[in-house]
Design a protein around this ligand. Structure first.
Ligand code: GLN
Length: 541
């Protein structure tokens, strides 16, 4: 029988619930259990695909083309198991199904209500995750903060689950550390526990999220107010290396406590392999600077998978990483500070994106990388704009553009994919998910992947216009990866440059600590070579 761990959050959101949930999963996985996850997002959107990354952070794409919450990315990175669209549940999905059934007449004669119709549907979806791969333990993370109006049906469903299944409730809440007096303040946490009790849930474990490790007195206080033994209180404190959180919680005995309370078989978690990987993130190697030129640079959560993929690659190459966030709109306005960052960087990355705003700035950054021969990686929109830049400045098609921003362009080198032409609904209709790509032998891409076929995740509507393929190739742009039917460009590169590569797919979603995605590893390696050249030049002068 599967067991269920519910993870709730208190005081404020973005307190690190996702990492705590993923860490508990990692600890249990290291004990030999199979773990699966469900992230609940109480908003009414059916999925995260239509949300602005500026307010909600990145949209994480799963193999099966789900456009999901970024916490699924943490589950994948920590446990290295693929998530699917089923691992993310929203209010929108729950209501869509309940209303569909009501219209189909499945509830004929009944008054359809939050309790039990909506809560039953929530429970069905939770249990469906357990059935998917036959997991021993399903970790259900309820997004937002306890007390939110939106979350109520989900807390109610979770409360009911206690009567039906073996459950464990973990409450993650902020403990404020006052620097001036050196005190930990637990009042807000206490209130959030009370709020949870109002929903009928008594936590079995409390994880205090704090700047630093809480002291014994604070732990005792939290236990007393939480009606828990002191052993049920843990602390997840700030760390530079996020992958250290499973080690931090494990050292406090969280694994043993969970196992005992879910009457699972004991045994110490074996995190030794993980520990070795974590150590690589604390490298003292050379500093490598990568400029990421995008539109959402003031909320770097919009690029979380890219940030992590760069970190994985840097750790693997034994380098320290600094990301220089370059605002594409400021580049567009000619802001010198942004140009000096591009100059300072050892490599440039242009990530995915949508729409006209900032696109010319990104093209300028790509032009900078190409003409200065700086290592460059373009992703999705980054590939499309690299093609625009190449068409304009190498092919001489001055007004070349993507029809996404300029429907009237005389040279639509990037255009809508034909099957997108009559798409009317915006939600879930892009070319999505994992698809095969054939990689051409003898290319940079082949040397990175060492394979003639790879599977990567997609999320786009536009593509390199087939009418321009030949001209682009003749001018020196190499298509090193194509869809197996050879119609669709997947990877481009410039063989005469040190490292100039772009992908139509999103490599960042497949990167793991200890197993960096090859195009990121290649970027860091090429950027490191730049660092060494610079150092040699300094020495010589
Ligand atoms: N806007 C582009 C498209 O829809 C690129 C999308 C992306 O970067 N994810 O094709």
């Amino acid at each position: 029988m599967p067991k269920y761990i519910f993870v709730t959050g208190g005081v404020v959101s973005s307190v690190g619930k996702g990492t705590v949930a993923a860490s508990i999963g990692k600890i249990l996985q290291s004990k030999g259990y199979s773990v699966d996850f469900l992230k609940i997002d109480p908003y009414v959107n059916v999925d995260a695909g239509t949300l602005n990354p500026y307010s909600h952070g990145e949209v994480f794409v799963t193999d099966d083309g789900g456009e999901t919450d970024l916490d699924l990315g943490w589950y994948e990175r920590f446990l290295d198991i693929p998530m699917s669209r089923l691992n993310n549940l929203t209010t929108g999905q729950v209501f869509q199904e309940v209303i569909r059934r009501e219209r189909a007449g499945e509830y004929l004669g009944q008054c359809v209500q939050i309790v039990t119709h909506v809560t039953d549907e929530i429970k069905r979806r939770i249990k469906m995750v357990a059935d998917r791969r036959g997991a021993d333990i399903v970790i259900v993370e309820i997004g937002g903060t306890v007390g939110d109006i939106e979350g109520q049906p989900f807390y109610e469903a979770a409360r009911q689950m206690k009567l039906e299944e073996e459950t464990l409730f973990v409450h993650v809440s902020l403990v404020i550390y006052l620097k001036t007096t050196g005190e930990f303040k637990t009042k807000a946490l206490q209130h959030s526990v009370n709020e949870l009790r109002r929903a009928g849930i008594q936590p079995d474990i409390i994880v205090a999220r704090s700047e630093r490790m809480i002291d014994e007195t604070t732990k005792r206080k939290i236990a007393l107010f939480g009606t828990l033994p002191k052993e049920a209180v843990f602390c997840s404190y700030d760390t530079d290396v996020i992958y250290e959180v499973p080690l931090i919680l494990s050292e406090q005995g969280l694994g043993e406590y969970v196992v005992e309370h879910l009457s699972l078989k004991g045994g110490k978690p074996d995190l030794s392999e993980w520990r070795k990987i974590v150590e690589t993130f604390k490298s003292n190697g050379p500093l490598v600077k990568i400029a990421v030129c995008g539109k959402y640079t003031s909320l770097t959560d919009s690029y979380i998978s890219i940030k992590e993929a760069l970190k994985h690659a840097a750790a693997h190459e034994n380098a320290r990483l600094e990301i220089l966030w370059v605002d594409a709109e400021k580049v567009e306005r000619g802001d010198l500070s942004e140009f000096s960052m591009l100059e300072e960087a050892d490599g440039i990355l242009v990530p995915g994106g949508f729409g006209k705003r900032g696109s010319e700035g990104k093209i300028t950054a790509i032009n900078f990388a190409r003409t200065r021969n700086k290592p460059f990686l373009g992703i999705c929109f980054g590939l499309q704009l690299a093609v625009v830049e190449f068409a304009r400045n190498v092919l001489g098609l001055k007004d070349a553009n993507s029809t996404e921003h300029d429907p009237e362009t005389p040279h639509p080198v990037i255009d809508l994919m034909p099957e997108q032409l009559d798409v009317e609904q915006k939600g879930g209709t892009m070319r999505l998910g994992s698809l095969p790509i054939t990689v051409k032998e003898g290319t940079l891409a082949y040397s990175l992947y060492n394979s003639s076929i790879v599977h990567k995740r997609h999320r786009h509507r536009y593509e390199v216009n087939p009418a321009y393929h030949e001209r682009l190739n003749r001018a020196g742009l190499l298509f090193s990866g194509m869809s197996p039917d050879k119609r669709r460009v997947e990877i481009i590169e410039l063989p005469d440059k040190k490292y100039f590569i772009a992908t139509q797919y999103h490599p960042e979603f497949m990167s793991r600590p200890g197993k960096p995605e090859p195009v990121f590893r290649g970027l860091i390696a090429a950027a490191l070579a730049e660092v060494k050249i610079k150092a040699m030049k300094v020495k010589a002068s």
